[in-house]
Design a protein around this ligand. Structure first.
Ligand code: FRU
Length: 508
């Protein structure tokens, strides 16, 4: 298979004869976000780094552009930016669908599946059929290219809903740990194993935090705290019952001793990883080398409310950009901080457009003079002296009367994304909306970065402390940015606009 299919598929839409409907749909094909070549995708699965490759498996229907026949699709990347599509890794068979799960490098060959002194990759997934979900394993001896399923479950509670095993090697106790969701009980159970085959119950967590839907796709890892130290973080995806309805991702910080997770004392309320409608099933890569040291995750950039109806073809769904995770100490406790992986910077051309600072009106004039922007952008803006100022907004203009706006309210410490006028919204009644996120303002400064692709916007504010991800389906053509305010305005310290044109170049 050829690398850069993402790019080729997009340009193919111009060179190949096709109907107007198809051309219009391909217009929404993201340029720097991962999409399947064809058909349906949901959760990222089996994220593992091995021999220089970041593996991305994903929930995939090989036969259609709606959910069904769940199998694991597969792609690899050497830089988290360019993805190479590979053949289907694990296919539904015997009426058993391959639901979400994880993958590990079994470095010590505890499973005995290794060959020729090389560790196997082992995938741990949920086998699904009507009325029953159990945990199963498969292994690969050829860098994930082909897989052998081990017959029968390795963990079965005879339950209809028991899924999404997240397995990792726990150094302190020298054994494998599995975090797996009991969706309806709103619990995560923990199991331990010496060999990935025999699993023993160790502890459980929940209900806690957001419990308004099924708990799914847990993850558990340590993160560095800015300024020093490390902390355990438990991720619990929930659907419905997310921050804006439908799907959402929450997290807990705490302690984990290899058996039990105990959330930090005094943690009240819910902490969301993202306040937008389109961030779900986010999980992180296993086995990232110590020399790299990052915790990187990726989410399904959609929502179960309307994900099967978005106006794209011949594929449906994209992933978010991969993001590096950290924790930050704030007056309200530890907060998750996300940063698009630095590798994405290689898509920035050498000379961005730069506004070096001035009044709000100066900045608005500068933006008006640069109103022919491309559909793929990485934009950074910083405002100062916002305290006591009126609400202000940054608007992405995509056609006459069509815009997506980001409004900042210094008095309420909020950031609101409005996609009610963002383009096509009528394909599902739950799509159009405004999404409100907390914005912690210190010293009167507001810093935002947003990544704009053909059909999405990912907003990271205050150095990644607030994340808001949303799909949009705007008209084709150039984009403009405008600033608006009804009252006293803040100072604009800087604007940098990187037109992300570099993806059309082969990677090196
Ligand atoms: C989350 C989820 C998982 C399940 C998979 C099925 O989006 O519902 O819990 O394993 O999708 O495709």
């Amino acid at each position: 298979m050829k690398p850069f299919v993402l790019f080729l598929a997009f340009f193919g839409s111009f060179s190949a004869p096709q109907s107007g409907v198809q051309a219009q749909a391909e217009q929404f094909r993201p340029q720097f976000h991962f999409t399947p070549e064809r058909n349906w995708m949901n959760d990222p699965n089996g994220l593992v780094f091995y021999e220089g490759e970041w593996h991305l498996f994903y929930q995939h229907n090989p036969y259609g552009d709606k959910w069904g026949h769940m199998s694991w699709g597969h792609a690899v990347s050497r830089d988290l930016v360019h993805w190479e599509h590979l053949p289907l890794a694990l296919a539904e068979d015997d009426g058993i669908m391959i639901f979400s799960g994880s993958a590990v490098v079994d470095w010590k060959n505890t499973s005995g599946f290794g060959r020729n002194g090389k560790p196997p990759l082992v995938a741990i997934y949920t086998g699904h059929r009507e009325g029953r979900q159990d945990q199963r394993i498969a292994f690969s001896n050829d860098r994930g290219r082909t897989w052998t399923k081990v017959p029968g479950p390795v963990l079965d509670l005879h339950m209809a809903d028991f899924r999404d095993p997240r397995v990792f090697w726990h150094d302190a106790t020298s054994r494998w740990v599995m975090a797996v969701a009991l969706p309806n009980e709103k619990k995560v159970n923990f199991y331990t194993s010496p060999d990935l085959k025999q699993w023993k119950y160790a502890g459980e967590f929940g209900p806690a935090g957001a419990t308004g839907g099924q708990w799914e796709c847990p993850d558990l890892f340590t993160l560095p705290v800015e300024g020093g130290g490390r902390k355990w973080v438990l991720i619990v995806n929930i659907n419905p019952g997310g921050p804006v309805g439908g799907s959402g991702t929450q997290y807990f910080t705490g302690k984990f001793d290899g058996k039990r997770f105990v959330a930090d004392a005094g943690v009240k309320g819910i902490r969301w990883a993202d306040y937008g409608p389109d961030f779900y099933a986010a999980v992180s890569w296993n086995d990232v080398p110590k020399s790299d040291g990052r915790r990187v995750w990726i989410g399904w950039m959609s929502n179960w409310l309307y994900g099967q109806d978005v106006p794209t073809s011949p594929w449906r769904s994209a992933m978010t950009v991969p993001r590096e995770l950290m924790l930050r100490r704030t007056p309200d406790g530890l907060r998750l901080v996300q940063k698009p992986v630095t590798e994405l910077k290689k898509l920035r051309p050498p000379s961005p457009l730069r506004f070096g600072g001035g009044t709000f009106a100066d900045a608005a004039r500068w933006l008006a003079a640069h109103n022919d922007l491309p559909p793929q952008m990485d934009v950074e803006m910083s405002f100062s002296d916002v305290t006591g100022k009126a609400p202000f907004s940054v608007n992405l203009q995509t056609a006459p009367g069509e815009s997506t706006s980001l409004a900042f309210d210094p008095a309420r410490n909020r950031l609101v994304l409005d996609r009610t006028q963002s383009g096509q919204t009528g394909f599902h009644r739950d799509f159009s909306g405004r999404y409100d996120a907390p914005l912690r303002i210190s010293n009167g400064d507001v810093r935002i970065r947003f990544l704009l692709d053909a059909s999405s916007i990912e907003v990271l504010a205050q150095g990644g402390e607030t994340s808001l991800t949303a799909l949009i389906f705007p008209a084709a053509g150039s984009r403009g940015l405008t600033l608006a305010s009804d009252g006293a305005t803040p100072y604009v310290s800087a604007i940098t606009i990187h037109a992300l044109t570099a993806l059309t170049q082969p990677s090196n």
